[in-house]
Design a protein around this ligand. Sequence first.
Ligand code: ATP
Length: 405
Amino acid sequence: MNIENLLEKTLTKPQYKAIKILGDQFHKTGTRAFLVGGTIRDLLLEREVSDIDIIVESDPWNLVHKFDPKYQIEVISNSQFNTCKIKFLGQAVDLAMARKEVYPASGALPEVTSSSIEEDLGRRDFSINALAACINPPNWGEVLDLNRGLQDLQSKHVRILHAGSFKDDPTRIFRCMRYSGRLGFALEDDTKTQLLNDLTYLTLLSGVRITNELVKIFSEKSLNSILDLMDQFKVLEHIHSGFPKGSEFSKRKKLLKDIRIPTPEFVFYVLISLIESDQRLDLIKRLDLGNKLSKFGTDLNCIELLEVSSSRSEIFKQLTEVSEIAISVAEAYVSKELRSNLKLFVNELKTISLCIDGEDLMGIGIPQGPKIGDILSKILTHMIDSGPKSKSGQIRMAKKFFCDS
Ligand code: ATP
């Protein structure tokens, strides 16, 4: 199959021109070069191509330095793994050397060695991502399909390349959900069986690797469908047993839909709020989410523990250290009664403050020490329950509390 026409039709003019020249220059160095992965998958689906990924059979950094000097190539980054990011004719392009990978253990990072493009395609996650199209001028647009990727694109299936794929790299379980939800593709039968079988390998992934995959999932337009798939295939409950399941999960997900929190933090706030309160801190530890999100988890627990019948000052006391973000997330899913307590706190109680301080109390003869703080806090509690007081009223009250103590 040759996709010469598709390249011209689907790529933008600047993308097309950049790829054409790069193919030409790589050819002059005597190296085969291919568009691969998502670039070719999206081209074949006639979707907009956002990233240009090119594979060459040598170190791309060395090759780029052999290009005709009339072409200005800006090297943005170059890694020790023989990958390099360049900018050419205004286009960001990822260049990588063809490689094969051996996984020393499930969930561990692979050992990488250089390889041919054919071997490189064999180490990929799914057949739809294991397609390549040559960009050397004599074979421009010729598709390399060694894993029946074209057939799977046509029949709309996500299929792993070998039975050990999810075991080798359990992050592929998340990737599988992501492509299936994004493209509306079904899981091929054996892939489905294997995925369900291999869910336990998710426990071998570090918190950071899981978190990276979740961030990608939460930036997808089809987030909702992907989360549904993750629920359906029990992926979430294998990350942590405290995630709600089935209809309870759908209900909570719907409630959280409208929370306005800037990404990428949104991901974690939603995840933490989805989980049952007694297991929240455990999830935060498992995903290595750090102190700020631990505080958020504790804050949510604090809100959920608030009694509906609490007095105004009890509400104030319980929520005074709680972050605004925890309150706005909790507002999305707590009961109507609890929500009105949260609103009362945000709109009224939080704004009540004293107009006297420790110095005023020392000025009326109360000695310095912990008593000062106790008295100020008692006055505030009194004002929260019974209404505001003038400065002189607050001083009078301080004297009374001091005498009573
Ligand atoms: P997206 O549109 O989500 O960016 P993509 O296909 O470009 O899709 P990348 O994560 O950028 O995805 O990866 C590029 C390619 O590298 C993939 O198409 C796939 O062939 C390969 N790849 C990425 N991650 C893995 C993995 N964990 N295992 C095997 N192959 C992978």
